[in-house]
Design a protein around this ligand. Sequence first.
Ligand code: MG
Length: 301
Amino acid sequence: MSSITLKETPTKLKEMQEHYRPYLIEKKIPYSLFFAKKDGVTITAYQSGKVLFQGDHPETEADIWQKEQSVMQEPPSGLPADFSQKSIIGSDEVGNGSYFGPLVVCAVYADKNNLKSLQKLGVKDSKLLKDSQIKLIAKKIETMVPYQLLTVRPAKYNQVQPTYNAVRMKVALHNQAIQLLLKKIAPTKPEAILIDQFTKEANYRKYLAKEAVPITESLYFITKGEQHHLAVAAASIISRAKFLDELEIASQELGMRIPSGAGFQSDQVAAKILKKGGLPLLSQYAKLHFKNTQKAQNLIK
Ligand code: MG
């Protein structure tokens, strides 16, 4: 007997429960939502979103849902037909909303011949993956496709931020990552470039015009870009893995766990760092223009 575990959203769990309605079995299993048995496979769904498929061939059931997870959504608007099957550069960034840690941007070139292998690796929306999976998958992606990663650590970010607002900084970084990647893959040219949208297209192009080498050709923008092409999903995973690594390094250097995000926990950790080395030390690890800086200063008053 073998087993397969999937992680699903609450909406998906409801859909699964509906799907297995004829096969549901009354059985009290702690923290479970439903239990079903179909064609020799038992399906246990938990409140946590985990769904366990067990049996001699659990894939006969699990595949139904796995396939659905990996099938890219058809473009709603603005993207050419069959966009998800094209050879494109996709780019995404991580760390923009986190007080601690760098701003990381990555561009990935996914040739259409690489799409199947990327899919097999489990490349999908990085928000659906655990940190440990992200690190593993990122390493594999890096050996499989050309990519360009750019990391702006807080020290540099704090220098640049007063003159480049966060949006302009991201535009500059996406553009630079794409430009460097285009050089790496030349003479190959992508069929398109897709940016996981973080600002209105007009805004992007406004800031882009200020760049020395603006890349404007075959440029597309869409929110949730990772659902529209695996290149963006891969870029998101590589960026996140790098961001997590940087947080770990910061944690080691400071001898305390450095959180991601921008909540109260970040204020508390920032207060500790301020006590240790004041703003000069904090500026090495945190994006100082966030409100967290003021909040941390208030905490130690
Ligand atoms: Mg994004």
